[in-house]
Design a binder for this molecule. Structure first.
Ligand code: PEP
Length: 258
């Protein structure tokens, strides 16, 4: 089935508000070169969200997202960010369960699931990240590890994004490919995305509507062959999203549905 590809930039803990606004502006200037039918989003760090969302608000082709949220709607959680605040700012997406957060903050699948459910209930689309470590891949456990993460990290009664209001996006990001320059082979990505789709099919009726992004050292040079794969519906892009030219080049490489 045809799914609109999503190219999403994860700016991580880079850039201050001024530089983030300038980068957003540069991306917006290049948007006319990106075919219609490719959805785009950027996820700046929390202190940069206001500046970026103000910059992109009128361009409905570029949406904003956050890199994390808390599972509670509000309360005594110093330093955390509520989905209500993100929604009020104008975020469309929130990344949850990124491997850097799973590692740095010991986030479990249950924590990620709770965050994704709260985001979804608030009208945001969670981008739920899953992915195996190198040791797990070398032990032949990659598909089992990722299947368990998908089952444990997605909210109950989940639907693909774009259906039933707000659903979920899944990002497969092998930990060993993030920020390392090592990209998973198209054959490995293809096999894993098919396996994730099969796992989703066991969880919901409309698994074919869920967008599955690949993330891990996506660059203009490797984007086209990865994005051409049947079950790859876009990319979550870290390093290469910090330059407008490379981010736009990746978006231009996406297959379109129309
Ligand atoms: C990421 O952190 O989501 C990511 C995919 O990073 P990079 O593209 O730099 O590997």
């Amino acid at each position: 089935m045809a799914r609109t590809p999503l190219i999403c930039g994860n700016w991580k803990m880079n850039l201050g508000p001024h530089a983030a606004r300038d980068l957003a502006r540069a991306i917006v200037h290049g948007l006319p070169e990106v075919p219609f039918g490719v959805a785009m989003a950027v996820c700046p760090s929390t202190p940069c969200l206001q500046a970026v969302l103000d910059e992109i608000r009128v361009f409905d082709r570029l949406e904003g997202g956050a890199q994390d949220c808390h599972a509670a709607l509000s309360g005594a959680h110093t330093g955390d960010t509520s989905v209500e605040a993100l929604r009020e700012l104008g975020c469309a997406y929130v990344i949850v369960g990124h491997s850097e957060r799973r590692a740095d903050h010991a986030e479990s699948d249950a924590t990620v699931k709770a965050k994704a459910a709260t985001a979804q209930a608030a009208g945001l689309t969670p981008i739920v990240c899953v992915g195996e470590t190198l040791a797990q891949r070398e032990a032949g456990e990659a598909e089992a590890v990722v299947a368990a993460q998908v089952k444990g990290s997605l909210p109950d009664g989940v639907a693909g994004d774009g259906v039933e209001g707000h659903g979920v996006v899944v990002a497969y990001e092998p930990v060993w490919a993030i920020g390392t320059g090592k990209v998973a082979s198209p054959a490995d990505v293809d096999a894993m995305h098919r396996a994730i789709r099969a796992t989703l099919a066991g969880m919901m009726a409309d698994a074919d509507k869920v967008r599955l992004l690949y993330g891990g050292s996506v660059k203009p040079e490797n984007a086209a062959e990865l994005l051409a794969l049947d079950d790859v519906d876009g990319a979550l892009v870290g390093g290469a999203s910090l330059k407008a030219d490379s981010f736009l080049a990746i978006a231009k490489a996406a297959k379109t549905t129309g």
